[in-house]
Design a protein around this ligand. Structure first.
Ligand code: XIL
Length: 371
């Protein structure tokens, strides 16, 4: 009898240990059957000068995107002079740790070098010249990482809040077909790569409709587009979860993948009229809108956690549509939100604190995914 009891006890204990052992302890493990969980990386983080991030990222994340080093001003600062040192190291880091690598971004109105749009006398170039420059840039960059970078943000932020075309230089000089051309050039350079359209404020009805019309138009012309990236620079008071959900469902209805590509939740008050993420739309500093200089109070952090969880619950609910959720940075220390839309604030938008400790939210997400 005694022997039987001890066998049973032993069996129960081993089972419990086994279960405890298989319990996920990182975001990467917990979400592995749901969607890629990614982060944007700055230079120090993939070069290794920022040792904490360098070691933490592959444990917690299954996908990466470059915060800046693959933008055209970095990759082709002067016409025909490509600079790939940083991007190569970024890609090698991702490959080493078997992370999904997204290229960000080929065609965007911001962080494009000035030379792109003018000739040697400073005069605006013709449509033909600009198309040729786009083609060369896209072929060179996508071609270099063929088979390594599996997905590209081909066009970033081409549509306004009200659904109209953004009046960027690309739009003004080429017309709306610059989008189609960008996708075609990317497809030529790597026919196996996934190609995405990426934008902010995607929960707004006007932009949602504008994107839907654009994607339908591309599809009707046989242009390859595989996904829509919803940036997800969100605040405590915008957008509503319902509006965000509507966009996920509507975009997925087009037969493309949906990705949350630049998630961060600002814990700070939103200055009037600054709900977007257009990098040039900045507001003036004042003390009132920088309330947590010396730390975030427990109550504010709890509200922030609850809102983050509302988003993660939504993503998990739609895991059949959402293929990747990427945070726009690892730790609060390096977040662009400390300087956007107001310079010099102390924000708390990410999952790891200023010393790279996992915040409570990390465990909450792991628990939610493991339910
Ligand atoms: C931001 C970077 O985080 C900053 O470091 C840089 O100074 C400006 O750009 N939408 C995008 C990203 O698609 O590329 C932007 O990244 C944030 C808004």
């Amino acid at each position: 009898m005694k022997r039987i009891v001890s066998y049973v006890v032993l069996a129960v204990v081993s089972l419990a240990t086994l279960q405890a052992g298989s319990k996920p302890t990182t975001l990467r493990q917990a979400l592995k059957n749901d969607f890629y969980i990614g982060t944007a990386l700055n230079r120090g983080q993939y070069l290794g000068t920022d040792e904490k991030a360098f070691n933490l990222v592959p444990k917690q994340f299954s996908a990466i995107v470059a915060e800046n080093c693959m933008k055209s001003e970095k990759l082709q600062p002067r016409e025909g002079e490509f600079f790939f040192d940083d991007a190569d190291k970024f890609v090698a880091y991702g490959q080493k740790h078997k992370m999904w690598i997204t290229g960000h971004t080929l065609i965007w109105h911001s962080q494009t070098p000035r030379w792109f749009f003018v000739d040697s006398e400073g005069k605006e170039v013709s449509k033909e010249v600009l198309v040729e420059r786009m083609k060369k840039h896209i072929h060179t960059v996508v071609g270099r990482y063929k088979g390594k970078i599996k997905g590209w943000d081909v066009v970033n932020e081409a549509i306004e809040d009200n659904g109209e075309w953004r009046k960027s230089k690309f739009y003004k000089i080429i017309g709306p077909e610059f989008i189609k051309l960008a996708f075609q050039f990317a497809h030529e350079a790597d026919p196996k790569a996934e190609l995405y359209y990426n934008d902010y404020s995607m929960a707004l009805e006007g932009r949602r409709n504008g994107v839907v019309n654009m994607v339908k138009d591309l599809q009707s012309q046989g242009v390859k587009i595989h996904g829509i990236g919803m940036q997800g620079h969100v605040g405590m008071d915008y957008p509503t979860i319902q509006d965000f959900e509507k966009s996920i469902v509507t975009f997925a209805g087009l037969g493309v993948k949906v990705m949350i590509t630049e998630l961060d939740l600002s814990a700070l008050p939103t200055p009037q009229g600054n709900r977007g993420a257009n990098v040039s739309d900045v507001a003036a500093y004042n003390e009132k809108i920088n309330p947590f200089k010396n730390g975030i109070p427990a109550e504010a952090e709890a509200a922030w956690e609850k809102r983050y969880m509302d988003f993660f619950k939504l993503f998990l609910k739609h895991k059949d549509k959402v293929t990747r959720v990427t945070l726009w940075g690892v730790s609060d220390k390096g977040s662009w939100k400390n300087n956007f839309p107001v310079r010099g604030r102390t924000d708390y938008p990410l999952l790891f604190d200023r010393d790279y400790n996992a915040k409570k939210i990390v465990q909450l997400i792991i628990d939610e995914a493991s339910k």
